[in-house]
Design a binder for this molecule. Structure first.
Ligand SMILES: C[S@@+](CC[C@H](N)C(=O)[O-])C[C@H]1O[C@@H](n2cnc3c(N)ncnc32)[C@H](O)[C@@H]1O
Length: 208
């Protein structure tokens, strides 16, 4: 369980404050990834609930959220959107969800925050049924040799501290491609943002 009274509160507030911006920036991609979502969805690292608006009312969301400071906003958002929440306050590396029991797993801006992204992806493969999908949006390491890659390395430690584990230098594309999914579709995205360290992103759908 993650429970830092200062950074946890700050990050929960920040995610809530950025909600409209995130909706404007990622709404189209999220709508596409979550279109036709089944009645039960597994979401890892839902934070303060940025994705709940994209599920149909009545959807049950198994929410793997180890950060206790996110839970209050997450519950409020679930109520607002008529989503039934089942919060597991643990990391997504090992979850108490049966093997091959899930049709759709979702993660937005989460694999950057986990200590072992390859272990989390393996866990998603374990719980997904054959044909099930793991959909995600993530910021990734910039092209090797670029100025942004140098910037990412230079500020990596303080960034990680402020944003509770967020790693700017993950090669998530390689992790997904090497995870053993049946099919991996990755759409690279270069976001126009002043936040240069998170400029390079991917939208991905991985099918078991
Ligand atoms: C940058 S926030 C993204 C929140 C939300 N998905 C969004 O798009 O706004 C990263 C989230 O991952 C969560 N997280 C951190 N470590 C995790 C882990 N090991 N397993 C699952 N979630 C984790 C954090 O608590 C936080 O809620």
């Amino acid at each position: 369980m993650i429970d830092n009274p200062v950074r946890g509160r700050f990050n929960s507030w920040l995610l809530g404050a950025l909600d409209d911006y995130m909706h404007a920036r990622y709404g189209e991609a999220k709508t596409r990834l979550l279109k036709g979502a089944p009645p039960v969805v597994l979401e890892i690292g839902p934070g303060s609930g940025a994705n709940l608006r994209y599920y149909a009312p009545g959807t049950r969301v198994i929410a793997i959220e180890p950060n206790a400071r996110m839970h209050e906003r997450l519950r409020r958002r679930a109520e607002q959107f008529g989503v039934a929440l089942d919060i597991h306050p643990v990391g997504a590396e090992h979850i108490d969800v049966a093997t091959h029991s899930v049709d759709l797993a979702c993660a937005t801006l989460v694999l950057c925050s986990v200590a072992n992204p390859a272990a989390v992806v393996a866990e998603m493969r374990r719980v997904l049924r054959p044909g099930g999908r793991f959909v995600l949006i993530e910021h990734v390491v910039a092209p090797s040799g670029s100025l942004i890659a140098s910037l990412q390395r230079a500020i990596s430690s303080p960034w990680r501290w402020v944003f509770e584990g967020c790693n700017l230098c993950n090669n998530t594309t390689a992790i997904l491609e090497e995870a053993g999914f049946h099919r991996v579709e990755i759409e690279p995205l270069v976001v126009r943002t002043v936040l240069l360290p998170i400029r390079y992103q991917i939208i991905a759908s991985c099918t078991c």
